[in-house]
Design a protein around this ligand. Structure first.
Ligand SMILES: CC(=O)SCCNC(=O)CCNC(=O)[C@H](O)C(C)(C)COP(=O)(O)OP(=O)(O)OC[C@H]1O[C@@H](n2cnc3c(N)ncnc32)[C@H](O)[C@@H]1OP(=O)(O)O
Length: 167
């Protein structure tokens, strides 16, 4: 059973986060993120760290709208999978989401059982109204484009399931 703590990410973690997720980016499981994107998003991330200081997991909470957030880039190192690291990170992101005043959390994933165990349910329809959807089209963020299901990101999202959790 690994010992680990979950804490907010620091800028020093960013190179390690990129190294952790890169194999999953190569397998098209996660959306690839350049270092500058990760530095700019560092306050969105939590990491899981062992007592020796090894980074064994990461996960991010991105705000999409007043009541709506998205879990992004949640991953644990293959060596520690199935030992509660993913669960602990997701629980922390859910606490952070409630503190921010969010009411719903979205995710786009192949890991439907993992998210399902935490209360996420698959959705087919858009989860925002038409007016909000139109406003969100102004976002330059690639993840938001995936949320909006825009045609140019469809190759990235093939086979993924859209899921939502009411907090
Ligand atoms: C929105 C997005 O970010 S989508 C992308 C999601 N990430 C990926 O697809 C990347 C690849 N996958 C991963 O990195 C991991 O598999 C994750 C992040 C999905 C899950 O991380 P893990 O550290 O394995 O999670 P955790 O150990 O808490 O749970 C995994 C399973 O182990 C089991 N488990 C949990 N804790 C324990 C424990 N203490 N002892 C034994 N088994 C356990 C659970 O049954 C769980 O099963 P489930 O996935 O069906 O719910």
């Amino acid at each position: 059973m690994p010992q680990f703590t979950i804490r907010p990410a620091r800028t020093d973690d960013v190179v390690g986060i990129q190294a952790l997720i890169q194999p999953m980016v190569d397998q098209n499981i996660l959306l690839g993120k350049g270092l500058v994107v990760l530095y700019e998003a560092v306050q969105e991330f939590v990491v899981a760290e062992t007592p020796d200081g090894d980074l064994v997991g990461c996960g991010a909470l991105h705000v999409l709208w007043r009541d709506l957030g998205e879990v992004r880039t949640i991953a644990s190192s293959p060596a520690v999978r199935g030992q509660g690291v993913g669960h602990a990170m997701l629980e922390r992101l859910m606490v952070d989401a409630r503190e921010l005043g969010l009411e719903r959390l979205f995710c786009l994933t192949f890991e439907t059982e993992f998210f399902g165990r935490h209360g996420f349910r698959a959705v087919d329809e858009q989860v925002v109204d038409t007016e909000t959807y139109r406003e969100m089209l102004h976002s330059p963020d690639a993840g938001t484009a995936e949320f909006l299901d825009l045609p140019w990101v469809k190759p990235n999202t093939l086979g993924n399931t859209r899921m939502i959790l009411r907090l």
